[in-house]
Design a protein around this ligand. Structure first.
Ligand code: ADP
Length: 507
């Protein structure tokens, strides 16, 4: 092209000036550097420089600069040609890199979707291990999960290729004690097959890499480690090209997601097993309690007969049977509530009626103590939507506890108030209160603090039944310490909207 352009320009030399020549040859340089890169561009620039001077600047056919303006033209041509060549070459390089990155991204996306299409997380991880091994032509890949204590599981969850015990165990060992802060930098590389080194970024380009241990991170948490052994120990290590490094980093993300998925699946399985076991335990308890009822009724009848004959033991037996029967009823009720077998009758009821009924039911337990209700009779009745019978049961349990734990001559206060969206019925006693560490646990079934004296009939079920029954109605039972000592157990039930009350009255 240069020769052709120079010949045509030479033929027309009489009719054109130097700027036409310089611009035309510049176009040739541009085409040359776009097609053949930097060396061809620079070569054409130099040739063009010589051609202009030799053929197009007087004196012709002589390498010499006659007028200063000719020199300026030559220098301007050479500078423009060099700059153009450089710019075009750079743009070509950038376009190539962009194309390569695009290819990498699409191949990664393909790998990602391949790994995510497996239903079982174990299979997805095995697919990742295999993909990484084949893509990097590695000898071996293996993935181990982090266990609850933070250490690595002894067995690999997914692996592909020939094991290399020595390299693998060194790399996994170097990862097992990694703490959370060091997690991101813990990609370790062995260069000579014996010494783990890290992180991956610190290995200079061109430096040989034998194996890589990459922490798998999800939300700054290390969930596992993937080891990639490139060569067998003893073989000369190869360099890890930048594109492979990028691949390792990106595929690690999919592996981390797979590992996290596996952990969640295992947790769900564990929770499910516990739920099944809990259900089986409930069923056994319910059956045993149910079967205990008939013999208890018989014993009670016999005890009544004995007591009727004037034997004091009969009365004692009857009392014990009553407490045992209460325990059996509680166990049965709790398993019914847990199994969702309690039918609620949610209706408009007033808190005042509920408190009145609870007090009259508790009258048998009062003995030397006193129950003092605080109800504002000037206000309209506090109306809520709740199940009267079950709420009476809740309040009965709270009052029973309050009277039981009150000192002799103690006073139990019942405060009734409306605090939208709740009706609050607070039962406050002057008893020993509840230690801070026990405050959540007392609501667990069968939990009684160690300091409590063993007591048949009180097996730590009252509060758990009360809490669950309240929650079933959209309410709750909470504990707060009483100022000056003692406990306050508050039953919260949903307050009825005025609209509910009015429409219900219209009905
Ligand atoms: P129990 O029927 O055995 O009393 P609960 O579930 O009703 O079981 O109560 C659990 C534990 O909570 C009791 O063993 C007791 O230690 C504590 N507790 C409950 N109510 C009170 C209270 N009013 N004052 C002090 N301790 C209480």
């Amino acid at each position: 092209m240069l020769a052709l352009a120079a010949s045509v320009l030479l033929w027309a030399r009489g009719d054109i000036d130097q700027s036409h020549v310089a611009l035309t040859l510049l176009l040739v340089v541009l085409g040359g550097s776009a097609g053949g890169g930097r060396p061809l561009g620079f070569l054409l620039a130099l040739l063009g420089f010589v051609l202009i001077d030799y053929y197009f600047q007087p004196p012709y056919e002589l390498i010499s600069v006659d007028k200063p303006l000719d020199g300026v033209v030559l220098v301007a041509f050479l500078a423009s040609a060099f700059v153009t060549t450089e710019l075009v070459t750079r743009a070509r390089g950038e376009a190539r890199t962009a194309r390569q990155r695009g290819d990498e991204v699409s191949s990664l996306a393909r790998l990602g979707s391949e790994t995510l299409r497996y239903a079982e997380p174990e299979d997805a991880l095995a697919a990742v291990a295999e993909l990484v091994r084949s893509h990097l032509s590695a000898r071996r890949t293996a993935i181990r999960l982090v266990e609850d204590g933070g250490g690595l599981a002894p067995e690999a969850i997914a692996e592909s290729g020939d094991p290399d015990g020595m390299v693998e165990s060194r790399l996994f060992a170097s990862q097992s004690g990694v703490d959370d802060d060091a997690v991101r930098n813990a990609a370790v590389v062995t260069v000579d097959g014996s010494m783990p080194r890290g992180p991956l970024d610190s290995v200079a380009a061109g430096e040989p890499v034998l194996a890589v241990a990459m922490p798998l991170i999800v939300e700054s948490r290390r969930v596992g480690v993937m080891v990639i052994v490139r060569e067998k120990s003893g073989e000369p290590p190869r360099e890890l090209p930048a594109s492979d490094r990028r691949f390792v980093g990106a595929i690690g993300y999919y592996a981390a997601l797979g590992a996290e998925r596996l952990r969640l699946a295992r947790e769900a399985e564990h929770a499910n097993r516990l739920r099944q076991e809990g259900k089986a335990k409930d069923e056994v308890l319910a059956t045993v309690s149910h079967d205990l009822r008939t013999p208890l009724t018989t014993i009670k009848l016999l005890a009544q007969k004995v007591a009727g004959r004037g034997d004091a033991n009969g009365v004692i037996i009857e009392e014990h049977v009553d407490r045992l029967a209460e325990l059996v009823t509680n166990v049965l009720d709790l398993s019914r509530i847990r199994a969702g077998g309690v039918m609620l009758n949610l209706e408009l009821n007033t808190a005042e009626d509920l408190v009145g009924a609870a007090i009259s039911r508790a009258s048998g337990l009062i003995r030397d103590k006193q129950i003092v209700p605080h109800i504002d009779w000037h206000e309209p009745a506090l109306t809520g939507r709740f199940d009267f019978v079950q709420s009476l049961r809740i309040l009965g349990n709270l009052l029973d506890n309050a009277l039981r734990y009150s000192p002799p001559n103690g006073v139990v206060d019942i405060d009734v108030r409306g605090d939208a969206p709740w009706i609050e019925i607070a039962v406050a006693d002057q008893g020993p209160g509840i230690a801070v560490v026990e405050r959540d646990r007392i609501f667990e079934p069968f939990y009684r603090p160690r300091s409590d004296t063993p007591d048949v009939g009180h097996a730590g079920l009252g509060l758990s039944i009360a809490k669950r029954l309240a929650e079933l109605q959209g309410g709750e039972v909470i504990f707060t310490p009483r100022l000056g000592g003692g406990s306050v157990f508050t039953l919260r039930l949903p307050l009825a909207e005025i609209f509910d009350v009015v429409t219900s009255a219209d009905d």
